[in-house]
Design a protein around this ligand. Structure first.
Ligand SMILES: NC(=O)C1=CN([C@@H]2O[C@H](COP(=O)(O)OP(=O)(O)OC[C@H]3O[C@@H](n4cnc5c(N)ncnc54)[C@H](O)[C@@H]3O)[C@@H](O)[C@H]2O)[C@@H](O)CC1
Ligand SMILES: [K+]
Length: 517
């Protein structure tokens, strides 16, 4: 399990470490600089064939360390001093107004001066021929849009990196990326690798920040979980070792032990959504899956997935009359878990269907796609929301549910998903390139697995089935959602390894899940 923090929280952790625990700032800065210097040297010696050949004569490897006036810049000066000491041609650029330099910054300048490190202040000197650029301009202290001189410097560095084919290593955060939201603050410098200190910063894992950060390495520079617990964190994130917490399949279980999933999905001419959801629930380990769909879909589902029980209805018979939905009540009573919504369409009868299921289901339910659209266009349906409900909207559906544009949701996505979940007391999975999951207790999970292969028709239907399968295996709504999203992303990654990111199909995702869950 990883914990991500905002820049503000990281500053408090910094303060707690220095003031309460007593580790001097000088030590933290030294270790931060060392971690970045090691990463730069790793890139030179292993990751870059041209450079590793030149490494035989380190003087030929040219490294520019661009430093701002804050403590991020202080880290940068340490990087320059260490790489200079190791024999590289490391040049430190000190930008900005010297009067704004922090105490740590000045202290590091003195040490670097005493050791003969080359330091320069003129922007004209930036355009040497660099092999590696270390970005130590802004870290978690970035407080506003970047304009003026700094904007010019960062844009110049971007151009130089492109022109020279230089690798860019960011210190703590790529300069210009907001450490909480991942937004570009006027301009930003794209890194190949970001070495971040102590804990991941949320903004490095949300887009567009995620694109600018490149590979992210979290370096231990001396912060302790004692401070993290005192200060708190922004999001949690699952990693591969957490998969050990998935429920173990009882060796003496029968199909009843592993739960009955009811998939209410599909409409006339739309059987795929029901199929992918049901298939994925089975692939994730559900004991029995029943598909409840329109009569027209019976034959195709039975042929595609003979393992599923298929039950059908005639949409024309579903009306505002209460008895017309009696069959839904019976179906809900049968189920341990319900998926409601994939491919249901938006004909008028769907409102009555969704209302009947929301009203009569007392088991965990995944509400997706047209189930969500129906709630968005008939907001009175939210009165049926209970703690048993998981909503899985993509950004478009979320915008409809919240009646606001996507751009507004993205201003602070962590707060958006948290606010929705706490307003209705439901688990909310807000699907995006970096999916966020808000639990009912206010915990937010940021998912880092997955790739662009998942952005394809049917992928969301697969996710509903995976979450349903985990619920059927006994996980609660919050954990089933976080683990479901994580597994879905891993399935995308392993599917891509076989078929390429362009070639993966929803059915491949479902197949990959079989090996992961
Ligand atoms: N003891 C510490 O404080 C430690 C700090 N560390 C490093 O220090 C960084 C945080 O240091 P700081 O809090 O000094 O902040 P930064 O160094 O990230 O930046 C702050 C400086 O930039 C200026 N600034 C902010 N936004 C600006 C904008 N848009 N345009 C122009 N100037 C702007 C501020 O006025 C300030 O001078 C971390 O990211 C990390 O790299 C690490 O060395 C670990 C220990
Ligand atoms: K930086």
């Amino acid at each position: 399990m990883r914990y991500f923090v905002t820049g503000k929280q990281m500053k408090q952790i910094d303060q707690d470490t220095i003031e309460r625990i007593g580790i001097p700032s000088l030590v933290l800065v030294e270790r931060a600089g060392l971690a970045v210097a090691d990463a730069v040297e790793e890139i030179i010696t292993s990751g870059h064939p041209d450079l590793s050949a030149r490494d035989k004569n380190k003087k030929n490897v040219r490294i520019l360390i661009a430093c701002g006036t804050g403590n991020n810049g202080a880290d940068g000066i340490v990087v320059g001093r260490i790489l200079h000491g190791r024999g590289y041609e490391a040049v430190v650029f000190l930008g900005g107004n010297p009067e704004h330099e922090t105490e740590e910054h000045r202290r590091q300048q003195k040490i670097a001066e005493a050791l003969g490190v080359t330091m320069m202040r003129k922007t004209e000197d930036l355009s040497g021929n660099w092999d590696v650029i270390v970005d130590a301009v802004f870290g978690i202290g970035l407080a506003r849009e970047i304009t003026g001189e700094w904007k010019n410097i960062l844009e110049q560095l971007s151009e130089i990196a492109k022109r020279d084919g230089a690798k860019v290593v960011a210190t703590d955060t790529p300069s210009g990326i907001h450490s909480q939201t991942g937004h570009v603050m006027g301009t930003a410098l794209r890194a190949d690798l970001t070495v971040t200190f102590g804990y991941g910063k949320t903004g490095l894992f949300l887009y567009p920040g995620r694109n600018y950060a490149g590979k992210v390495r979290v370096a231990d520079v001396g912060f302790s979980d004692v401070s993290l617990e005192r200060v708190g964190w922004d999001c949690k994130s699952l990693e591969e070792s957490d998969l050990a917490d998935l429920p173990v399949r009882q060796s003496d279980g029968n199909k009843g032990t592993f739960g009955k999933v009811l998939v209410i999905a599909g409409s006339r001419g739309m059987s795929g959504a029901a199929y992918f959801s049901a298939l994925s629930a089975y692939r994730t380990g559900a004991g029995l899956v029943k598909v409840l769909t329109v009569s027209e879909n019976r034959a195709v589902i039975q042929t595609q997935l003979p393992e599923a029980v298929v039950s059908v209805y005639d949409p024309d018979q579903i009306t505002a009359e209460e008895h017309s939905t009696d069959f839904l009540r019976e179906a809900c009573d049968w189920a341990d878990v319900i998926v409601l919504g994939p491919g249901l369409g938006q004909e008028p009868y769907v409102e009555y269907l969704v209302e009947a299921v929301l009203e009569h289901a007392y088991v965990p339910m995944v509400l997706d796609a047209d189930g969500l659209n129906t709630v968005a266009s008939h907001p009175y349906l939210t009165r049926y929301f209970t703690e048993n409900i998981i909503l899985t909207p993509h950004m478009g559906e979320m915008a409809r549910l919240c009646s606001c544009p996507i751009s507004e949701l993205r201003e602070d996505p962590v707060q958006t998903v948290k606010a929705y979940s706490s307003r209705y007391g439901v688990t909310c999975v807000m699907k995006d390139a970096s999916t966020l999951i808000a639990d009912k207790d206010g915990t937010v999970w940021l998912n880092t697995s997955g790739c662009s292969a998942m952005a394809k028709g049917g992928s969301g239907d697969v996710l509903t089935g995976i979450i349903a399968g985990l619920l059927a295996r006994g996980m609660d709504c919050d954990r089933a959602s976080a683990f479901g999203v994580y597994l879905h992303g891993l399935a995308g990654e392993s599917g891509s390894a076989k078929f390429g990111e362009n070639g993966v199909l929803a059915s491949n995702l479902a197949d990959e899940i079989a090996k992961l869950a």
